[in-house]
Design a binder for this molecule. Structure first.
Ligand code: ATP
Ligand code: MG
Length: 426
């Protein structure tokens, strides 16, 4: 036990202070876009009944089959750490009667999700997702808006070589028929599929198209394409979506084999990837699509909907590789230096007075030497240094040094906050 070293769990990591600036920048970009598009923030619990994801995400998905952190509580309930946001948000939409609000309801959120995956570049067991949902609108303009917003967020973060892959995977009208065609194609190649896909062949042949196994990828390249087998309604919807994307001048490409890893999608699906050379490929940054049946499936009314989810960790990995600048923290213009025990004691109170007056002040109370403190003041380019020494502390004044001109003056301690306020206004 003496040698026990605590460390983070496999596939999980700390976000250290030096990395917070990236999160802040992502958060700012996301907020600027979602606010412009009038989305409201929602936060759902990290834990939900396991059944929410079994029903919502889908029993046949990798997520539910293999990746979910699901367990029985001491009270006997089966609960799961959310592997994604959509089912929890749909649960909330139904539970809170949001169908009574003016439709569509536009919601966004951001937070940790959990999947027990094999950790590798851009793939973790705890990761942060961004999520956008528009519930209660069937029109193709909604699909266009979700794709535009996803693209905007990445653009705001200085990503330049983005590619949007789109496809339509039909609905309950046309997909069963296409599944049959696809099944008979894959059946003819069954022995060359990975063992997982051989099993999927029976009830979920579409998921074979999403398999990352190289052998399956090769076979996929000759498979029939669903766009050739869409029913009239799906075909018309897809055509409209593409017209919106054209009008928005978004750089999209058709990917006839894009299906996504979740069961609930209908009609439009899309993924955005970064195509630039620098930085290790992170795979899909943001993906999403339409899910017209999910609300009903989870016990609500018939409610068409469309959404997207983005991987913040992957986005930040790429920002680092591309050396994207983070937001500069505004440094205070004023530095409070202290010398001697009495001055140090009084400095803490003075520092608090500045806080009450909402004037940012830097300090380094942990240092005793004036020289070291002045070095810290120089580091942040402080315009004013307040020198509070033994003599000053005894006689209730403070020495104010203008670092640009070198001028020094003595100011009564009870006037100093006002004095500084006047000066930093200029
Ligand atoms: P992939 O095909 O890469 O496994 P997915 O289809 O499982 O992705 P979604 O469920 O659509 O992904 O999640 C949306 C986004 O969340 C992904 O595009 C990705 O950016 C991010 N993401 C998904 N799983 C992980 C993970 N394990 N670690 C980090 N980011 C992830
Ligand atoms: Mg996955």
């Amino acid at each position: 036990m003496a040698n026990l070293k605590f460390q983070t769990l496999l596939g999980m990591h700390d976000t250290l202070p030096q990395d917070q600036a990236y999160f802040l920048k992502v958060r700012k970009s996301v907020e600027s876009v979602v606010n412009y598009y009038s989305f409201s923030r929602i936060d759902t619990p990290i834990l939900e009944m396991t059944e929410v994801f079994v029903k919502g995400t889908g029993v046949d998905t990798d997520i539910v089959e293999k990746e979910m952190y699901s367990f029985r509580t001491k009270g006997g309930d089966m609960v799961a750490l959310r592997p994604e946001f959509t089912p929890g948000i749909v649960r909330s939409y139904i539970e809170n009667g949001m169908f009574n609000l003016p439709q569509p309801v536009k919601l966004w959120t951001m937070g940790p999700c959990f999947r027990h995956e094999r950790p590798q570049a851009g793939r973790y067991r705890q990761f942060t997702q961004l999520d956008l949902e528009i519930l209660g609108d069937a029109s193709a303009s909604t699909d266009g808006q979700i794709i535009q917003m996803s693209y905007d967020i990445l653009k705001e973060l200085s990503f330049k070589n983005l590619s949007i892959e789109v496809n339509s995977i039909g609905d309950s009208e046309c997909r069963p028929y296409f599944k049959k065609i696809l099944t008979s194609y894959f059946k003819s190649k069954k022995s060359s599929l990975c063992s997982n896909c051989q099993r999927r062949l029976k009830d979920n042949p579409l998921r074979i198209l999403d398999c990352k196994d190289e052998k399956c990828q090769r076979i996929k390249a000759g498979a029939p394409q669903i766009v050739d087998h869409l029913c009239e309604a799906c075909h018309a919807h897809f055509k409209q979506v593409l017209e919106f994307l054209d009008e928005l001048e978004l750089p999209y490409v058709l990917n006839p084999y894009l299906v996504r890893g979740l069961d609930y999608y209908t009609k439009t699906v899309f993924e955005i990837v970064d195509k630039s050379e620098n930085g290790e490929s992170q795979g899909t940054l943001i993906g999403g699509g339409r899910y017209d049946n999910l609300v009903k499936l989870m016990g609500g009314r018939n409610t068409p909907a469309c959404g997207a989810a983005g991987g913040i960790d992957r986005i930040i990995n790429l920002m680092k590789a591309k050396e994207v600048k983070t937001l500069k923290v505004e440094e205070p213009q004023v530095f409070l230096a202290q010398l001697g025990q009495l001055a140090k004691r009084k400095s803490l109170k003075l520092f608090e007075e500045f806080r009450n007056a909402k004037i940012p002040v830097a300090e380094s109370f942990s240092k005793d030497s004036l020289k070291a403190q002045l070095r810290s003041a120089n580091k942040i380019n402080a315009k004013y240094v307040l020198i509070f020494g033994q003599k000053e502390a005894l006689e209730d004044f403070i020495t104010l040094k203008n670092m640009e001109t070198g001028d020094q003056e003595e100011i009564k301690i009870d006037k100093i906050v006002e004095e500084i306020k006047k000066r930093i206004k200029k």
